[in-house]
Design a protein around this ligand. Structure first.
Ligand code: DGY
Length: 321
């Protein structure tokens, strides 16, 4: 029997799978585990399940000890994991792709609708009991039909976003260093363009790329300036892909029309400038937040840990970004 440490609360379905085969030590409080507690909890563990709030670096791996075989992240993004440090420690890192694809695309699409149709503003008017009246020109937004969406990162979530956009009558452009499988693009009429062209021509730019050194501040002042004044930015990927100071400046100056954000540069802190702006929609990182998807993520992470502990290959190992 091996020891599996779980550094945050996860759905029972994942814990039950782990408990059926191994001894499980799990953090049981709703708030994130403090670093010192986490380092204590993982000491001597053969496998660790982590959330994206956990920094997995040399210190973490050393604290676990040389018997550690696998770190199974309960998230598709794994910028919280130092993959090179895992390799150097002989530890396999895994993530949870696929199971959250549709849910995360729903979130991105919801953000796009909310910001382009000004639903956030409308909701705030009702809640604050501000007087209002139906009017021909009241709170007009931008329709999506016939507009162009520019998808940055045409992985599984990018493709799922494109499918939704297609169903809403949008034209699809995408930019990526890699080509998705032809089958994924079937029926989308998606055009691959350069990043420059995408930012210059899209009516909505939606970010679906992983975060790493090559995508840090990919959306900076210059890129924002290159967008149409009428265009919107949607970010459901990772906060630091966008230079938040530059975004606030661009929104204030009217360089772009608005932004829908599920993630933030210094999460959970939100840039105070964003809070003052009516033309932004802000969500607290809800990308994969459905009961069904979180259960599937916990199950996949548990399966990854169990596979490695059995001596089998991991199901979804991370790949270097
Ligand atoms: C992920 O899995 O990376 C998401 O950001 C969690 O919602």
């Amino acid at each position: 029997m091996a020891i599996v440490a779980v550094t945050n609360r996860i759905p029972e379905v994942g814990l039950a799978k782990l408990r059926a085969e191994h001894e499980v030590r799990a953090w049981e409080h709703s708030e994130c585990i403090p670093r010192e507690e986490a380092l204590r909890l993982i000491a001597g563990a053969d496998a660790v399940l982590t959330l994206l709030t956990e920094r997995v670096d040399g210190e973490f791996l050393d604290a676990a000890g040389p018997q550690l075989k696998v770190v199974a992240n309960v998230a598709v993004g794994y910028n919280n994991i130092d993959v090179a440090a895992c390799e150097a420690h002989g530890v396999i890192a895994t993530n949870t792709p696929r199971v959250l694809t549709e849910t995360t695309a729903d979130t991105a699409f919801g953000l796009m609708l909310m910001v382009t149709r000004r639903f956030g503003e409308g909701e705030r008017i009702i809640r604050s009991q501000t007087p209002w009246q139906w009017g021909m020109f009241y709170l007009l937004g931008m329709g999506l039909q016939g507009k162009t969406i520019g998808i940055v990162g045409m992985g599984q979530i990018g493709v799922a976003m494109a499918r939704r956009a297609k169903a809403f009558g949008m034209t699809i452009e995408y930019a990526d260093d890699y080509d998705p499988p032809a089958a994924a693009l079937e029926g989308l009429d998606a055009r691959k363009v350069s990043l420059d062209e995408l930012f210059e021509t899209a009516d909505v730019v939606s970010l679906h790329c992983p975060y790493g050194p090559s995508t840090h501040h990919l959306v900076d002042a210059a890129r924002l300036r290159s967008m149409k004044h009428t265009a919107y930015l949607v970010n459901s990927a990772r906060g630091p892909i966008v230079d938040e100071d530059a975004l606030v400046a661009a929104l204030r100056a009217g360089e772009i029309a608005g932004a829908g954000l599920d993630v933030f540069e210094n999460e959970p802190a939100v840039h105070p400038g964003l809070l003052e702006l009516e033309n932004v929609v802000l969500l607290p990182h809800l990308g994969s937040a459905t009961t069904e998807t979180r259960a599937a993520m916990a199950e996949l992470a548990a399966d990854n840990a169990l596979a490695v502990l059995r001596g089998d290959p991991p199901i979804t190992p991370v790949t270097k970004i």
